[in-house]
Ligand binder design. Structure first.
Ligand code: GLP
Length: 244
């Protein structure tokens, strides 16, 4: 779906999420959301915060799982995805702290593999994700599933591509400060979500979105694995869709 502006599109995506939260609340069920970081979802979070503050949208029944976190990464570091989520969403809504799940960038190397297995099991224990919000990296990654990621991959640690680290460098004041690794949900984790919305804004994403939507499904562009998911929508602005 192509919109003139990312703002208009983000408001509609936020309303879809809000409707899902309310539907689940009426059924007395938790709403399990998979959340993303990066610049792409910011306007969605802004609208969700507005709906909470001005229209009484409650997050009391919401349980969240974030896609990824740099590794190693302290939660208090301003570049951490923990900090990002608090700043753009969690500090402004009534979600219960125990319902927030973000991969922990401070687990020891020895514990990392088991930690990832446990993260995956926790998502499964809720019956999987009701909704997964995604951005896309210029390598074709979703979460931090870089080229080479397997279609059935689960939560695990991964080595970041050079291009991903180049794109992250400004936020870290130089590429040398960008972690070389991350913890990410897998392609399989994401594809198990009942509903997926991928956001793509701006001209810098036009090429990778063309490969993702029109190219062959391949581990070289992990986001192509969404082509076979039966309830995925790519929500783009006019610049991001300009190569389609
Ligand atoms: C990071 C995140 C991804 C995100 C991507 C794009 O790599 N791990 O989840 O989709 O950045 O970021 P942006 O939305 O800022 O373009």
């Amino acid at each position: 779906v192509i919109f003139e502006s990312s703002k208009e599109a983000s408001v509609l995506v936020a309303h879809e999420i809000a409707n899902l939260i309310q539907r689940k609340e009426e059924l007395n069920e938790p709403c399990i959301l998979g959340l993303a970081t990066g610049s792409s979802p910011i306007k969605v979070y802004e609208e969700l915060v507005r709906l909470h503050k001005e229209e009484g949208l409650s997050f009391a029944n919401v349980i969240t799982f974030n896609l990824d976190e740099y590794y190693p990464m302290d939660k208090n570091n301003i570049q951490s995805y923990h900090h990002f989520m608090n700043e753009y969403l969690f500090n402004h809504v009534n979600i219960l702290p125990e319902n927030i799940n973000i991969p922990d960038g401070t687990v020891s190397a020895e514990e990392l593999q088991q930690y990832c297995i446990d993260y995956e099991m926790k998502i499964k224990s809720y019956g999987g994700l009701d909704f997964q919000l995604l951005g896309i990296g210029r390598t074709g990654h979703i979460g931090f599933n870089e080229p080479g990621s397997h279609i059935n991959s689960g939560t695990r640690s991964i080595t970041l591509d050079h291009l991903t680290r180049v794109d992250a460098a400004p936020a870290f004041l130089g590429i040398d400060n960008v972690p070389r690794k991350a913890i990410t949900m897998g392609i399989g984790t994401v594809r198990n979500a009942k509903r997926i919305v991928l956001l793509g804004w701006g001209i810098s994403k036009a090429d990778i979105l063309k490969s993702t939507i029109e190219g062959e499904m391949s581990s070289q562009v992990p986001a192509t694995y969404l082509q076979e998911h039966d309830n995925t929508t790519f929500v783009l602005d006019s610049e991001a869709s300009s190569e389609l």
